[in-house]
Design a protein around this ligand. Sequence first.
Ligand SMILES: Cc1ncc(COP(=O)(O)O)c(C=O)c1O
Length: 354
Amino acid sequence: MGQMIAEKLSRKAVQNCEIYVAEKRGTMANEVYLDTNENPYVGPVKFELAVNRYPEPQPSEVIARFAKYVGVDNDEVLATLGGDLAIELLIKAFCEGKKDKLLYCPPTFGMYQVTCDLYEVETVKVPLLSDFSLDVEGIINNLDGVKMVFLCNPNNPTANIMNVVDIERILEATKNRAIVVVDEAYIEFSEAKSFAKRIKEFPHLALVRTLSKAFGLAGVRFGFAVATAPLINVLKRAISPYPLSVPSIAIAEDSLSEAGIAQMLLNRQKLLESKAALVAALKEKPFVETVYPSESNFILVKLQDAKALYEALKSQGIFVRYLSSECLKDCLRISIGLPKEHEQLLKAMTAFYE
Ligand SMILES: Cc1ncc(COP(=O)(O)O)c(C=O)c1O
């Protein structure tokens, strides 16, 4: 009974939340990880650090480098523990639990719903249209009581980019009534232009960015919120005093140097080339129904027996993401890895259908 006390005393919303469980890795030799949209190329890592001291609450050099990289002022950037914390801070700082609503467009990144559940923020879901574009009319007609709109560009897991005019229409419709968050976690892989340079035009716009994807630093946990200074100042009130560690600040600073950015662009190019080769190979396969257009470091593939294939791949140590939602029936999301990992994947897929 005593062991249940924490559960009993915890907030109802927390009791209803599930603990995030990642796929267990490392049970087999030579496993292939194509399930979490990481980058197989590692950024430069070298440091000698005074970890006995607290870090700067907001690391000024990292902020200056990132601000320059995206083309905004230093006071328009907040460094966070991964993009996930930027998402949480935005919801925590702006949405009143049991009162305000948050609108998002499924299928999309699961953390928007998970974080709303934690803060008891009701969600309004306006599904993407059949071509995975935004249902702008649907969004505009459902803004009653909505304090925040989340858009994901490029979208995870569909991999497409959103129409700029659609985003602009949503920004116009929400002026003076709601915050619009555009999650640009995968923007470096796409042809889409970041909205970073347009934040002054839209003071109710905030962006989520991360070093986990194109910069290849998923293990470092480094992200950013980008918005005009008054909005960033609201988020600063809600963030804990030292959200980033001394080692992670050193690594982020290095990867945002000129050499670090050049390395990122090189790795990005290699990934885009691997992606083109993987897409071409998959399109040749009789068991593949559709490879959806991708502007990300992952692809969405519709194929026969997706669930059974996912299980079979996993049993061989090849991890991809199975998507179970109604509108993505029989789809797998495959992160872009190294060419030799794609070879292993294709070989295992072909063997499965033989
Ligand atoms: C759309 C999107 N946003 C944000 C994140 C969070 O990334 P991180 O917390 O690693 O920066 C992810 C991670 O997969 C994502 O897919």
